[in-house]
Design a protein around this ligand. Structure first.
Ligand SMILES: *[C@@H]1O[C@H](CO)[C@@H](O)[C@H](O)[C@H]1NC(C)=O
Ligand SMILES: *[C@@H]1O[C@H](CO)[C@@H](O)[C@H](O)[C@H]1NC(C)=O
Ligand SMILES: *[C@@H]1O[C@H](CO)[C@@H](O)[C@H](O)[C@H]1NC(C)=O
Ligand SMILES: *[C@@H]1O[C@H](CO)[C@@H](O)[C@H](O)[C@H]1NC(C)=O
Ligand SMILES: *[C@@H]1O[C@H](CO)[C@@H](O)[C@H](O)[C@H]1NC(C)=O
Ligand SMILES: *[C@@H]1O[C@H](CO)[C@@H](O)[C@H](O)[C@H]1NC(C)=O
Ligand SMILES: *[C@@H]1O[C@H](CO)[C@@H](O)[C@H](O)[C@H]1NC(C)=O
Ligand SMILES: *[C@@H]1O[C@H](CO)[C@@H](O)[C@H](O)[C@H]1NC(C)=O
Ligand SMILES: *[C@@H]1O[C@H](CO)[C@@H](O)[C@H](O)[C@H]1NC(C)=O
Ligand SMILES: *[C@@H]1O[C@H](CO)[C@@H](O)[C@H](O)[C@H]1NC(C)=O
Ligand SMILES: *[C@@H]1O[C@H](CO)[C@@H](O)[C@H](O)[C@H]1NC(C)=O
Ligand SMILES: *[C@@H]1O[C@H](CO)[C@@H](O)[C@H](O)[C@H]1NC(C)=O
Length: 433
């Protein structure tokens, strides 16, 4: 068992905010039943678009159409995590939130550095509510192990990794973390909520409370997301960051563009041109020289405008944040898109459940969570209650966060949503004490 004395936490790296964090890459031995799809992995941008045409065609279930059976996938994978504790960590009964990001992001979704961490969920959960947090790059994404994008990197295997991380944090075997947590809650966003939902269905006793953000059980609008992303090969979309393009050649291209336009590469004019013409993507990774290469079959949304369509409600966000999001975005594997909806409609979980979704959420509400067409149903997320027959009525809440799109953490009133989440957990006796 790798556990360090309490004193170790005092020397954990300080971020710009006061919370203390430890970055640790955790090896996990996992196995899962994964789907076998009879489909070529998309190799070009045109293939990527054809794949989305297949996926979004009405009147059929493409996943089912190309499913040939299931196999067992097992292996040792690396999961890149960030564990954080409050700057003043004086609680005697610590409780943990495990944070699972959605499509298009990595663990920094929960701890966004933009505007001096003003949008950080982790800052609020740790320093205001005294939780410990674990955020991580989902298996297949970011600094966690990548894999074969069709038949390996699927929701099933990612949920097995989430279960393993949780069990390690419960029994004190998580490297560098001295606490064996007795109380653990899980908070997801979007696909991360779908995985949290699957986790507690498979292991009903693994979580003391769950929060599903940017979520509903209504799949009618998922094709809006799949089409609106304008997915193309990640390694062609951001060739320096996700591909193998030469940084030196990139510098030369940028220099000749600025010469042609007679602007400095660092001027406001250049920044505007880069943002407005989608070059944000093209040059991402150049300044920092950071490369996270992906093979074909990992797809990325095309530009800042598709990012806006998927995640933001117009008028209620800082446009510079959307551009910053483009420079730090992450792809999605085709195997993930095919297994998005793999969880059953009825869940075995019996603990507290909060669903919190932005009023204008695109993929889970089609842009309006209140338009249910059913006077007895207050919102589309409210229907999630029917999926949790074992949860007591008083332990289920569906909340619609006003003036907010799918990217709950990115709107001007993000801290309002953070308060709703942490107050819900506290009201269920899950707060640290
Ligand atoms: C830890 O990882 C985050 C990204 O999740 C990064 O911004 C930060 O610089 C890292 N901290 C250290 C001390 O490496
Ligand atoms: C689209 O689906 C058809 C089967 O309906 C398949 O033959 C074809 O390879 C698929 N193309 C892509 C790019 O997914
Ligand atoms: C589509 O098919 C897959 C594989 O059979 C299944 O897991 C999924 O629940 C189906 N989706 C819908 C909406 O029926
Ligand atoms: C923990 O520290 C905070 C901030 O210094 C303080 O307000 C609070 O009373 C302390 N709680 C305990 C249980 O010591
Ligand atoms: C991934 O690793 C790189 C290099 O160590 C680091 O700069 C970056 O912050 C990491 N990103 C995340 C999301 O962990
Ligand atoms: C803790 O749990 C992990 C994950 O289930 C398991 O692999 C490990 O053997 C356990 N360690 C101890 C000391 O119980
Ligand atoms: C899960 O928790 C319930 C309620 O506390 C208990 O009845 C049940 O035996 C537990 N199941 C397992 C597999 O531990
Ligand atoms: C380039 O812009 C500068 C002012 O920023 C101007 O003085 C110069 O004449 C311009 N050069 C050309 C070739 O347009
Ligand atoms: C990047 O280069 C490596 C080494 O030449 C190669 O194995 C890999 O396939 C390349 N990746 C892409 C996306 O071109
Ligand atoms: C999804 O929501 C739409 C709009 O409220 C509704 O018409 C449709 O019946 C819902 N579908 C399901 C499966 O609940
Ligand atoms: C931080 O967020 C709050 C609440 O959304 C906002 O009022 C404030 O202006 C922001 N501060 C900065 C520096 O962006
Ligand atoms: C901000 O969010 C909180 C929590 O949902 C809500 O009570 C409040 O009305 C919101 N404020 C605005 C201006 O939308």
């Amino acid at each position: 068992m790798l556990s360090l004395p309490i004193a170790t936490l005092a020397v954990l790296a300080m971020t710009a905010a006061a919370k203390k964090c430890l970055n640790v890459t955790v090896p996990v031995d996992i196995a899962a039943r994964t789907a076998v799809f009879d489909l070529p992995v998309p190799q070009s941008n045109a293939d990527a678009t054809a794949f989305v045409s297949n996926l979004t065609q009405q009147g059929r279930n493409f996943t089912d159409l190309v499913l040939t059976g299931y196999q067992n996938t097992a292996g040792k994978y690396q999961i890149s995590t960030q564990y954080c504790v409050p700057s003043v960590n004086n609680v005697s009964h610590p409780t943990l939130q495990i944070l699972t990001h959605g499509i298009g992001f990595d663990k920094t979704y929960w701890d966004n550095a933009y505007n001096n961490f003003n949008y950080s969920y982790v800052d609020v959960a740790t320093d205001q509510y005294k939780y410990s947090t674990l955020s991580y790059d989902r298996l297949g994404i970011g600094n966690s192990s990548h894999g074969e994008p069709l038949n390996e990197i699927q929701s099933y295997l990612e949920v097995a990794a989430l279960a393993k991380l949780t069990l390690m944090l419960r029994n004190g075997s998580f490297p560098g973390v001295p606490t064996a947590f007795r109380t653990i809650t899980h908070v997801g966003h979007s696909f991360g909520s779908a995985q949290t939902y699957s986790l507690v269905n498979t292991y009903p006793n693994i979580s003391d409370g769950i929060v599903l953000t940017g979520f509903s059980m209504n799949g009618s609008f998922i094709p809006y997301f799949e089409a609106g992303a304008d997915f193309i090969q990640a390694n062609l979309n951001q060739p320096f960051r996700f591909g193998n393009a030469s940084f030196a050649v990139g510098d030369a291209i940028l220099a000749s563009v600025s010469t042609a336009l007679n602007i400095s590469t660092t001027s406001v004019a250049a920044t505007n041109i880069i943002n407005n013409y989608g070059l944000t993507d093209f040059v991402a990774g150049l300044p920092t020289r950071q490369r996270v290469p992906y093979v074909n079959g990992y797809l990325a949304n095309s530009n800042a405008n598709s990012n806006q369509y998927l995640f933001f409600e117009p008028g209620f966000f800082d446009p510079q944040l959307a551009f910053a999001g483009e420079a730090t975005k992450q792809p999605v594997a085709v195997g993930e898109l095919l297994t998005l909806g793999s969880a059953p409609m009825v869940n075995n979980y019996a603990g507290p459940v909060l669903v919190i979704t932005g009023s204008s959420d695109l993929p889970f509400c089609g842009g309006d969570c209140f338009a249910t067409g059913d006077p007895t149903l207050p919102s589309i997320p409210a229907a999630v209650a029917a999926s949790f027959p074992r949860v007591r009525a008083e332990d289920f809440t569906a909340y619609i966060q006003p003036n907010t799109g799918h990217g709950l953490n990115f709107h001007y009133n993000q801290t309002g949503a953070y308060r709703v989440i942490n107050d819900f957990l506290g009201s269920k006796g899950l707060a640290p004490s």
